[in-house]
Every structure is written in structure tokens, then in C-alpha cells.
Design a protein around this ligand. Structure first.
Ligand code: GLC
Length: 779
């Protein structure tokens, strides 16, 4: 396609390669991260995902061989040939990723190909043609992960997905090739050697993991530049870290956002919201957040309040705040066409809305009826939208929920040629569709930050790679079905691997009617997912934790309480993730990559590195087949029983039991259960120590701060290091490493679990005695 390789030039970390038809660029970001760029659409990169590339000084060599160039870093060997064919090996010459240069050979579709071509945009020989098509040789035993929010199995081998943010109201199924989010990032794992490919192109893109032909996998785009990164592992962990070094880490959120959240379309009028709030407190079921869906607005006009149902919203929110609730309101992008509505008239006057091909403001229909679409590609519009957040914040709102930002439209899709103005550059909807929600979330984040100076809480439905810097995500309109509960596990695990650490599903399911049993099993999963929000659609059966019967209410309460006890652990994970990119909810292979049995486990997950959750995902099921990975033993959280890793076990799991296993030799900080985060000023740190095999040493770092501001970035936090050495005697070392946040613990309670024989115990060198497996220690 690009012709013969004619020569190359090196400029710092960049190698420009001249082909007969075009110049391509290879940039060495670091020893294991390489960018491949061909300016097919624009001369420069126009990334919305990567805001800054941190190049490191890399020692690399280049050799010229006959019609190819060999580039070597300390980690990789890269062979570049005619037509920009690229083959990548690790430093020991193990194959990682080789371009496929054979013909496309789609699988045979018997039947009427003409019909298929019309229906699905395939060409007559059965495949779709793309402007950019980059096939790679499929090696044996390859496994694929990532790609964000996808239906189907954890391992993406054999699937084809499309990136085109889509609001499809029909029940999400495994056949869905696209959903609300576009994350063109794929992880490949083979022989314990992992790498990633991030295709930074926001046009419609596709990833096919050997579905078209098992000899190759490919990524492709309808337009744009070739601009992709190869990110070497060898561990999946390294790949995720490198990907989030490029696109950004999920930042530490405000602590209350990790509490339980209750939503419904819609709690309205305000008396109903207060009724729900009171029920939580009366029943002692913890809850931090209540959501207001579209009905709080005046005729669905964003940034307004319905004066009848929500008269005096500020006083109403004050009342909720006093009860310990935060309020999050929905804000959609569609602005109602109404000349007496200030947001519409301001936008019209200042030229803030997307236009059609003839330069007339483009309109479509969403909840408010005929509406227009703010042009979030434009920095003036983002600033205006950001400033508007203050309207909500000043009313007492604590977070903003951005929905319908694919963007959704009820009168057919937005045409490809709707025009956006990227600060002077005219761009079409075809180019920017996939980043519309991303840019909206960015504006929302910046506005809330400006108005509050706290860590903003934004939750978005549509997003692109990099949105994790600004927003939490949820997986849109699922259904109250067992199938959707099952589907949510691999979906969330892959979202986590794709940088979206702070994610969740609508617990209990959005559409359709939930049952008590389904809700309880879903709450058990939600307890361990970073975003823990129960939400349901208009007209469906009530779905609050108490909505069914006393048995399931008690179970839901037990797990929501457990969630609150786990807040210090989850907060630690969030804090650690801000530097490592490691997600909260992890597939087993993330920690146990050398154990192949973990590669396709769809129905278990790790919460951090120490808790393995094996939820029951089927109606009526009272036993669960659990795989415990190799390398350490596992302790049943409920019974204290010990199991060796590297085996399948069957666990009894009546409705009130979600099988949970703690990794031996680990430490889990725990708080107390309370009605909402911060209700009780607790100055005691509880450390659950799970002893393991004799001879093991293990440690843990615990973090705390004010839970809301950015002061931690200036070092205003406390950090504690706990080391345990379990030999003939047990030695525990507790050290305060950083001591800059004013609210400090004054005592620590160590709970020693899995102690098999009596041993002498020392804390910081001093002998202590156990009292019911508990040691109290004053700091
Ligand atoms: C969309 C959202 C859903 C919300 C509804 C009404 O369907 O995905 O969560 O409740 O719109 O705003």
C-alpha cells in the first residue's frame, strides 16, 4: 500500500521512514511503548485521549538490512519492512505481534450475500472494506481482553466489535457489536507474555479477534490516521499501566462516592425522594447518594428545576444533606428548543450548537422534544457548559450524571455531515461522534472542579479512551435478568482492564422487573464493584433494598454493611490505582497470569489483590463451582476454612452467602458500618490480618486523607505501613510513614485470622497478648 522502503531519518525518539508513497513515523515513547503513525487524514495527531506523551530517554539502535530496518530497545526488537509491515518480538526474539500480509479470507456465509451486503455494509465477498485495515497474524493460544464495555465473554477471541457509541434500547445481548462506549484498546496474552494495542482513532473503528479468519486478527477504521501504540508487558498489569500512562489514570474520588447509591427513573416529586431517604435511615440500611433522574427538571430543560414537584430545591437538598445524603442530578446534552429558555437562547446567540451541512443549527428529538446539540468540540462551548455546572452546585448538588451523550437521538441518527467547530477547524459528526460524550464529561468535570475545588463526581454513559480522567462510567440500560447479571462480570472486568477503574452496572437491572432473589445476588456483586448504584426504569417494579421481602431486605442490608466496612480497602485501592492504573475489579488473570486456568474465568473476579469474589449468578443455585488460583492458599471469608490454590471447589452458597475468599498472607483494613460515610468519627483503624503459610512475610500500605479535596496532591495525607513476618514468632511492624493530615487514628485493632497454632506475637518489637484473636494497639 505504501510501496518500498526508501530510507529513514532519526530525530531524538522519532524515526521517520520514507516509503515510495508516504512518510510514516515511529516514536519510541519508552523501551516497551512504541507509536506507529501515518498521516492519512491529518498531518498531526489529533488525539482526544492522550493529552500529553511522556517520552523517556531511550537507548535504541537501528540496523538496516536488505529492504528492512531493525529497531532494538532493551525490551523489543522491531522489524519494519516495505509497505510499513511491522513485526515485533521481545528481546529474546519470541514473537509478539506480526503483521499479516496475506489476502483477506472471510469465513463463508452461505445465503444471499447481496442481502447481507445491504443489511450490514459488507462487500459482496462477505467482508467490510475499510480505509485503514491493519491485520496481525493470530498466533496459537492467543487470548484477548480489553475493548471497554462489551457483551460476551471475558476473552474476546472470535468476536468482532465496532466502536460507534450507540444507545440501543433493546436488551443487550452477546450479538451486540457496539454499545455506548468506544475504547479502541486491546490486550493480547500468549505464553505468559502480554502486550496491548491502542488504536487512537475516533472515527468508526473495528476490532476483529479472529472472527473473520482465525489466521489473523485486525483493527480497522473508516477514516482518520494510522495512529496506534504497541504497549509491551510482559504482564497484563504492565500493559494496563502503560495504557493509563498515555490516556490517564482514574483519579482518587471523593470518599462518599464509594458508598451505596440509590437511583430510579424517577424519584419525583421531592416528597417521594424524602420518603426514600427516610426509609434508608429508619431501616438502618447505609446509603450515601440519591439520584434525581430527568423528572426534576422543568420540561426536561437542562439546568432548570420543576418548580411544582421540586419547589425550593435548595432547601430540599439541604434537608437531604442534613440526613447524610448527597444528591446527584442528571444532565443530558440535548437543549430544548424554546426561545424563552435561557440556556437555549444563550447557546443560539453565541453560536454554541452543532450545525447541519447548510450552516443551520441541527435539531433532532430527545427527552425535551425538539432539541439542539451543544458543540463540545469547541473550547468556548465547553467553558460555557462548565460554568453552567455552578447552577446545580449552587443548589447543593454534589455530582452530575451525564447521559444520552453518544449522542442519542430519537429521530434517527445524527447524519454524518453534521458540523462541529473544533476551535476553528470544521469537523464532521462522522469524525467526532465517538468523543462527544468524552468532551461533555471533560467540560462537566472542569466546571465542577472550578465551582467546588473538590474532586468532581461525574458519571457518564458514553465515553472514549481517556474519559477515566474525568468520569465514572456505568454500563447503561441493562435488564433485570440473570443473563445480564452474568454478563456484567466480564463487562466490568474488561472495563477495568481498559482504564475505566471506577465503573459499575445498574444493580438490580434497569429495564424489566427485578425479583428479590435477583436483587440480592446483584447486591452481592455490587458490594465489590467500585460504583455501587441501584437503578431502575420508569414503570418497572420497585427495586430498593427493601422492595421485596424481609429475607432479601436483610441480605441486602448485610452486604451493604459489608461494603461500608470495606470502604478503607476500596479507598486504598483507588489511591494506589491513581499511580498504577490497576483496576478495582480485576479478572483473575490480572494477578495470576502464570496460571492459565484463570484466562477464561467469566464468573469470578478479584476486588483488589486480596479478595476473590465468586458470586452466584443463577436463579435457584445454592452451590458455586469456584476456581482458586495457584500460588497461595485461600481463606473462606465466612467460615475461615483454608483451601489450597490451583483447584476447583464447590462452595455451599444459600441466598445469604456470596462466596468470598481472602488471599492468605494479606491485610485488609476495615472501617465500621455506618449510615453514610463520615457519620461516625472513627479514630480506630481495624486491620484484618490473614496469616498464611509459615515463613511468609507480607505488607500493606494504608492511606487516608480528608476524602474530598485536592490537598492530597500537596502531600496532605497520612500513610501507614504494616509488615507482618509469620515465622516461629509473629512480628508485626506498624509505621506511620506520612503524617500530614490532621485527622489521625489514635489506635489500631489487629484481628488475627487463620492463626493455626499458638505463637508469641510482637508489635514493633514489644510482646503483646491476643484477646479473642484481637490485639489493641495505641499509636
Ligand atoms: C436513559 C439512561 C437511564 C435513565 C433514562 C432516563 O435510558 O440510560 O439510566 O434513567 O435515560 O433519563
Amino acid at each position: 500500500m505504501f510501496g518500498k522502503l526508501k530510507g529513514y531519518e532519526v530525530n531524538k525518539n522519532e524515526i521517520t521512514i520514507e516509503y515510495e508513497k508516504i512518510k510514516t513515523t515511529i516514536s519510541i515513547i519508552n523501551e516497551g511503548v512504541i507509536n506507529f503513525f501515518v498521516p492519512l487524514h491529518r498531518k498531526e495527531r489529533n488525539s482526544k485521549a492522550v493529552e500529553k506523551i511522556n517520552y523517556t530517554n531511550v537507548d535504541f539502535s537501528i540496523e538496516e538490512e536488505e529492504s528492512s530496518i531493525i529497531l532494538k530497545t532493551t525490551k523489543l526488537i522491531i522489524e519494519i519492512k516495505d509497505n510499513f509491515i511491522v513485526n515485533i518480538y521481545d528481546k529474546d526474539r519470541n514473537i509478539l505481534c506480526r503483521d499479516y500480509s496475506g489476502e483477506r479470507e472471510p469465513f463463508v456465509r452461505h445465503g444471499n450475500n447481496l442481502f447481507l451486503a445491504e443489511e450490514e455494509g459488507h462487500s459482496l465477498n462477505g467482508h467490510k472494506d475499510y480505509k485503514i485495515f491493519i491485520p496481525k497474524i493470530m498466533e496459537d493460544n492467543m487470548y484477548f481482553y480489553g475493548l471497554g464495555e462489551r457483551t460476551g465473554s471475558l476473552n474476546k477471541k472470535g468476536y468482532h466489535y465496532k466502536n460507534w457509541n450507540t444507545d440501543d434500547p433493546s436488551p443487550h445481548g452477546e450479538t451486540f457489536e457496539k454499545l455506548y462506549k468506544s475504547i479502541p484498546f486491546l490486550i493480547s496474552l500468549k505464553d505468559n507474555n502480554a502486550f496491548g494495542i491502542f488504536f487512537d482513532n475516533h472515527f468508526e473503528t473495528h476490532f476483529d479477534m479472529g472472527k473473520e479468519n482465525s489466521n489473523y486478527y485486525y483493527f480497522s477504521a473508516v477514516d482518520g490516521n494510522i495512529d496506534y501504540y504497541f504497549l509491551y508487558g510482559p504482564e497484563v498489569k504492565d500493559v494496563v499501566n502503560e495504557y493509563t500512562n498515555l490516556t490517564g489514570k482514574t483519579p482518587l474520588p471523593q470518599m462518599w462516592t464509594l458508598g451505596y447509591q440509590q437511583c430510579r427513573w424517577s424519584y419525583s416529586p421531592k416528597e417521594r425522594v424524602l420518603e426514600i431517604a427516610k426509609a434508608f435511615r429508619e431501616k438502618n440500611i447505609p446509603c450515601d447518594t440519591l439520584y434525581l433522574d430527568i423528572d426534576y427538571m422543568d420540561g426536561f430543560r437542562v439546568f432548570t428545576w420543576d418548580n411544582k414537584s421540586f419547589e425550593n430545591p435548595k432547601a430540599f437538598i439541604d434537608e437531604l444533606n442534613k440526613m447524610g445524603f448527597k444528591v446527584v442530578t442528571i444532565i443530558d446534552p440535548g437543549v430544548k428548543i424554546d426561545k424563552d429558555y435561557s440556556i437555549y437562547s444563550q447557546g443560539l446567540k453565541n453560536d454554541y450548537f452543532a450545525k447541519d451541512n447548510d450552516g443551520i443549527v441541527y435539531k433532532n428529538r430527545v427527552w425535551p422534544g425538539e432539541s439542539v446539540y451543544p458543540d463540545f468540540m469547541n473550547s468556548r462551548v465547553r467553558k460555557w457548559w462548565a460554568d453552567n455546572q455552578k447552577i446545580m452546585i449552587d443548589t447543593g448538588v454534589s455530582g452530575i450524571w451525564n447521559d444520552m451523550n453518544e449522542p442519542a437521538s430519537f429521530n434517527g441518527p445524527l447524519p454524518n455531515d453534521v458540523i462541529f467547530n473544533e476551535d476553528g477547524l470544521e469537523v464532521t459528526h462522522r469524525e467526532v461522534h465517538n468523543v462527544y460524550g468524552h468532551m461533555m464529561s471533560k467540560a462537566t468535570y472542569e466546571g465542577i472542579k472550578e465551582a467546588t475545588n473538590k474532586r468532581p463526581f461525574v458519571i457518564t454513559r458514553a465515553c472514549f479512551s481517556g474519559t477515566q480522567k474525568y468520569s465514572t462510567v456505568w454500563t447503561g440500560d441493562n435488564q433485570s435478568t440473570w443473563e445480564h447479571l452474568r454478563m456484567s462480570i466480564p463487562m466490568l472486568m474488561n472495563l477495568g482492564l481498559s482504564g475505566m477503574s471506577f465503573c459499575g452496572t445498574d444493580v438490580g437491572g434497569f429495564g424489566h422487573d427485578c425479583t428479590g432473589e435477583l436483587l440480592s445476588r446483584w447486591v452481592q456483586v455490587g458490594t465489590f464493584t467500585p460504583l455501587f448504584r441501584n437503578h431502575s426504569a420508569m414503570g418497572t417494579r420497585d427495586q430498593e433494598p427493601w422492595a421485596f421481602n424481609i429475607e432479601t431486605e436483610e441480605i441486602n442490608k448485610k452486604y451493604i454493611n459489608l461494603r461500608y466496612k470495606l470502604i478503607p480497602y476500596l479507598y486504598d485501592l483507588m489511591w494506589k490505582g491513581e499511580s498504577t492504573g490497576a483496576p478495582i475489579i480485576r479478572p483473575l488473570l490480572f494477578e495470576y497470569q502464570y496460571d492459565k486456568n484463570t484466562y477464561e474465568i467469566n464468573d469470578e473476579f478479584l476486588c483488589g489483590d486480596s479478595i476473590l469474589v465468586a458470586p452466584v449468578l443463577e436463579q435457584g443455585m445454592k452451590q458455586k463451582l469456584v476456581y482458586l488460583p495457584k500460588g497461595n492458599s485461600w481463606i473462606d471469608y465466612w467460615t475461615g476454612e483454608n483451601y489450597n490454590g490451583g483447584q476447583y471447589i464447590i462452595k455451599n452458597s444459600p441466598l445469604d452467602i456470596c462466596p468470598i475468599f481472602i488471599k492468605e498472607s494479606s491485610i485488609i483494613p476495615m472501617g465500621i458500618s455506618q449510615n453514610y460515610i463520615g457519620e461516625v468519627n472513627n479514630d480506630e483503624l481495624i486491620l484484618n490480618v490473614y496469616l498464611g503459610e509459615d515463613g511468609r512475610e507480607f505488607n500493606y500500605t494504608h492511606y487516608n486523607d480528608d476524602g474530598e479535596s485536592f490537598d492530597y496532591k500537596e502531600g496532605v495525607y497520612n500513610q501507614y505501613e504494616i509488615k507482618v513476618s509469620n515465622k516461629d514468632t509473629i512480628n508485626i511492624y506498624f509505621t506511620v510513614i506520612k503524617n500530614h493530615y490532621i485527622n489521625k487514628y489514635s489506635k489500631v485493632k489487629f484481628i488475627l485470622n487463620n492463626l493455626k497454632e499458638e505463637k508469641k506475637i510482637y508489635i514493633n518489637g514489644k510482646k503483646v497478648t491476643l484477646n479473642n484473636n484481637i490485639i489493641e494497639f495505641n499509636i
